[in-house]
Design a protein around this ligand. Structure first.
Ligand SMILES: Cc1cc2nc3c(=O)[nH]c(=O)nc-3n(C[C@H](O)[C@H](O)[C@H](O)COP(=O)(O)OP(=O)(O)OC[C@H]3O[C@@H](n4cnc5c(N)ncnc54)[C@H](O)[C@@H]3O)c2cc1C
Length: 279
C-alpha cells in the first residue's frame, strides 16, 4: 500500500503534461512524471519518495513511438524494455535492456523510467551514450532536442519541470559491430557488478559502463586509453582503469577490488570481440 494520497493524471498531449505540471506546482505542490511506474510504486510504498501528483506519460502518443523516421530511429520515453528487445529494431539496445530485471518486470519498466531511475545503474543509457543519441525534452519553455550526453554528463539530469519525450539515434549506427556484457553477484538477474556496452566505429572502440562508478558513464579519456594501440591489451586496460571518472563502488554487492577485476576481464573480452577479423 502507498501510505500517502496523491492525484493521478494521464494527459494525452505534451501541452497537457506541461499544463498539469504547472497547475500542481503553482499550488505549491510536488508533481512527478512516471512512465512504467514500477520505481514510483516501489519507492512510494517504503516512503522513499512522496509526491502530491503523478503525471503518467503512457497517454502521450509521441512517448509510445518505436520506429524509423527518416534517418533516425525514434524511441518514445514510455516504451517498455521488452518491446524494444522483442522488436529487434536496435540489437545493441535490445541486448543491453534484456539484462535488466526479469522478463515480467520488463513488460512494465520503460526506457524513460530506466534512464531517470534514482538507482545508480541505468543500464539502458549505455548503448545510447556510445551511439551519440539525442533526447527530445519538453517543459513549459517548449520542446528541444539535445545530445543525451548533456543530460548525463556530470550528472546534471533534467531541470524541474522538464521531461523526456523521445530518444533519437542516427540510423547509420544501428549496423556497427557491438558487444554488451553484464556480470552480477549471483544469478543472471540482478544489479550489475559491472555492465559494459561497446561498439566499434572505424578502428575505434566506444564503451560505456555501469555498476563500477556511482553513475553510468562514457568517457573520452577512458576510451583513448582503451584504443591506444601502441601498448599491449593488458596495459591499455590498466591505463583505462586510471581514467575512471570517480572512485569504484564498494558495497555489499561487490567490493571495489572485485568490480575492478571484473571490469578488467570484461574489457579484455570487448577488445577481443571487436578486434579486426572478429567484429
Ligand atoms: C526487479 C527489478 C530489477 C531491476 N534491475 C535493474 C538492473 O539490473 N539494471 C538497471 O539499470 N535497473 C534495474 N532496475 C531498475 C529499473 O530500471 C528502474 O527502477 C526504472 O526506473 C523503472 O522504470 P519505470 O518505467 O517503471 O520507472 P518510473 O517508476 O515510471 O520512473 C522512474 C523514475 O524516472 C522518472 N521518469 C519516468 N519517466 C520519465 C520521463 N518521461 N521524463 C522524465 N523523468 C521520467 C520518474 O520521475 C522516476 O524518478 C530494476 C528494477 C526492478 C523492479
Amino acid at each position: 500500500m502507498i501510505p500517502f494520497d496523491f492525484e493521478y493524471y494521464k494527459p494525452s498531449t505534451i501541452e497537457e503534461v506541461v499544463h498539469v505540471y504547472q497547475t500542481v506546482t503553482d499550488r505549491g505542490q510536488k508533481a512527478m512524471f512516471i512512465s512504467g511506474g514500477t520505481e514510483f510504486i516501489t519507492f512510494a510504498r517504503i516512503n522513499k519518495i512522496t509526491t502530491d501528483a503523478i503525471i503518467d506519460m503512457k497517454g502521450i502518443p509521441e512517448c509510445l513511438v518505436l520506429e524509423i523516421q527518416g534517418n533516425e530511429l525514434v524511441i518514445g520515453a514510455a516504451v517498455p524494455l521488452n518491446k524494444i528487445s522483442d522488436s529487434g529494431i536496435f540489437p545493441l539496445l535490445g541486448e543491453s535492456v534484456k539484462q535488466i530485471a526479469d522478463h515480467t518486470s520488463r513488460n512494465k519498466i520503460t526506457i524513460g523510467g530506466n534512464l531517470f531511475s534514482q538507482l545508480k545503474y541505468r543500464e539502458g543509457v549505455l548503448p545510447l551514450l556510445i551511439l551519440d543519441a539525442k533526447a527530445k525534452i519538453a517543459s513549459k519553455d517548449g520542446e528541444e532536442v539535445i545530445p543525451l550526453k548533456e543530460i548525463f554528463n556530470n550528472q546534471t539530469g533534467l531541470k524541474n519541470g522538464q521531461f523526456l519525450v523521445q530518444i533519437m539515434i542516427d540510423k547509420e549506427y544501428l549496423d556497427y559491430p557491438f558487444i554488451s556484457l553484464k556480470k552480477t553477484r549471483l544469478s543472471k538477474i540482478g544489479y550489475p557488478i559491472a555492465s559494459v556496452s561497446a561498439l566499434k566505429k572505424g578502428n575505434q572502440i566506444r564503451a560505456a559502463i555501469s555498476g563500477v562508478c556511482e553513475y553510468p558513464f562514457r568517457s573520452s579519456k577512458f576510451e583513448n586509453a582503451l584504443n591506444d594501440e601502441n601498448i599491449a591489451v593488458e596495459g591499455r586496460i590498466t591505463e583505462a582503469m586510471k581514467k575512471l571518472p570517480s572512485g569504484i563502488v564498494d558495497d555489499f554487492e561487490g567490493s571495489a577490488e572485485y568490480r575492478q577485476f571484473v571490469l578488467g576481464n570484461m574489457l579484455e573480452d570487448v577488445i577481443e570481440a571487436l578486434k579486426e577479423g572478429n567484429a
